[in-house]
Design a binder for this molecule. Structure first.
Ligand SMILES: *[C@@H]1O[C@H](CO)[C@@H](O)[C@H](O)[C@H]1NC(C)=O
Ligand SMILES: *[C@@H]1O[C@H](CO)[C@@H](O)[C@H](O)[C@H]1NC(C)=O
Length: 390
């Protein structure tokens, strides 16, 4: 392995520098420091990077708005839909499937711009990840940013599941800083989602009043369990939620008004809670509770179809879950279990077969006949919205 890399690196790094330099840019500026974070068990080694199939080419329909910027910065075109996701080796297969699903169902796939946030110290260099995205989606409009992990590492406290501590989980908090100030709205997506509907519909939602974030809300959630006794017994902290009952929302799918975000210094507001957490343990989960503290109760309620979350099961056992009632536009495998892992281990949950058609990892190809049948069965019996998939 090391010998191979020694030969491949000098050549590929040079080529990548020349070819991809413009698409890689630095995000957060901070002191460089030699911090290495163990991102959990990385299930794919670097060789796997060449094992993604090229996605079919998705083209705009005749009704799509023509982009005006064909120059070096297509992300500045006012008609672009902006999507931000993280990109790391561990969840790469999920990210690739998510992008594939967005393109497949978008009415105007060429008008979608992807902002990928990669970790400075990922096993796969951000330039290698750029190359992978380019070879998988040859005509995709995207940019890879490097997230300086040390901006956040001192703010992270340990949580119940190790994966929740990955600094990239906190990248969504820095989108206002990382993305160009010209990008004023972005859809943030976790890497364990697939869309089965047109992303332009989600992009078009109105954030009423001065709301900064739109996301499906769950107002029957019992907040007691998201925060510790130290939080609830504090004289001041509980009043953060005001008199109204706060609603839960999942931060894996958010429409964010970055203009309002920057103007209101929301990054700093979230960091303040992370500072509190370092002194007094006020919650158990990773990046979500600070968002609840800052935005809980003041989120634009988007239709629940845009985040059917929890399909990965709970954070401890990863048991199978079913869908919430109602229509589905986005499936989200939040929780411990990931569909690619369960499929590979031949112990998938029924809904994992809905993720599989978006998987571009080549090792799966010989299975497709079988999977198509299982997909049909699971669609018929579980929901009856097969038109989304065919
Ligand atoms: C989104 O809004 C734009 C601009 O108003 C409109 O042209 C487009 O048809 C809308 N797309 C969808 C899918 O609603
Ligand atoms: C919320 O959960 C706590 C602890 O599990 C429980 O004591 C409380 O009664 C619950 N509240 C509601 C409204 O269900």
């Amino acid at each position: 392995m090391e010998k191979r890399l020694a030969i491949i690196w000098p050549v590929s790094v040079l080529v990548l520098l020349i070819v991809f330099y413009p698409s890689v840019s630095l995000g957060i500026r901070a002191r460089p420091k030699d911090v290495r974070i163990n991102g959990g068990d990385v299930r794919m080694d670097l060789q796997s990077l060449s094992r993604f199939a090229e996605a079919p080419e998705y083209r705009n329909g005749a009704e799509c708005v023509r982009l005006r910027f064909s120059g070096p910065k297509p992300e500045l075109d006012p008609n672009m839909v902006h999507v931000a996701m993280t990109l790391d080796l561990e969840y790469l297969r999920g990210s690739v499937a998510a992008v594939h699903s967005v393109l497949r169902h978008a009415s105007c796939p060429e008008n979608v711009f992807f902002h990928f946030i990669a970790a400075e110290f990922d096993t796969a260099n951000p330039r290698v990840l750029s190359r992978l995205v380019r070879s998988t989606f040859p005509s995709l409009s995207f940019k890879v940013y490097i997230f300086r992990e040390d901006t956040v590492i001192n703010l992270i406290s340990s949580s119940i599941r190790q994966a929740l501590e990955n600094p990239l989980n906190y990248a969504r908090n820095y989108l206002g800083d990382i993305l160009s100030a010209d990008v004023r709205r972005v859809i943030y997506l976790d890497s364990d989602v697939v869309l089965v509907d047109d992303i332009h519909k989600l992009w078009n939602v109105t954030l009423t009043g001065s709301r900064v974030i739109g996301a499906p809300e769950y107002c029957h959630a019992n907040f007691t369990n998201y925060f510790t006794d130290e939080f609830w017994s504090d004289p001041d902290y509980p009043s953060t939620f005001g008199s109204s009952t706060p609603c839960y929302f999942n931060t894996g799918v958010m429409v964010m008004d970055l203009g309002r975000w920057r103007a209101g210094s929301y990054r700093a507001r979230i960091e303040q809670w992370m500072e509190v957490q370092k002194r007094t343990r006020i919650y158990e989960l990773g990046s979500l509770p600070p968002f609840l503290l800052v935005f809980g109760g003041d989120v634009e309620p988007i239709d629940h179809r845009w985040n059917q979350h929890g399909l990965g099961g709970d954070n401890v056992k990863g048991s199978c879950r079913s869908l919430h009632p109602g229509p589905v536009s986005l499936l989200h495998w939040s929780g411990k279990g990931k569909p690619w892992v369960r499929l590979d281990e031949k112990r998938p949950c029924p809904l994992d077969y809905l993720w599989e058609p978006y998987d571009l990892f080549k090792a799966k190809v010989h299975n497709h006949g079988l999977n198509a049948n299982l997909l049909k069965q699971s669609q018929g019996s579980l929901f009856g919205y097969s038109n989304y998939f065919l």
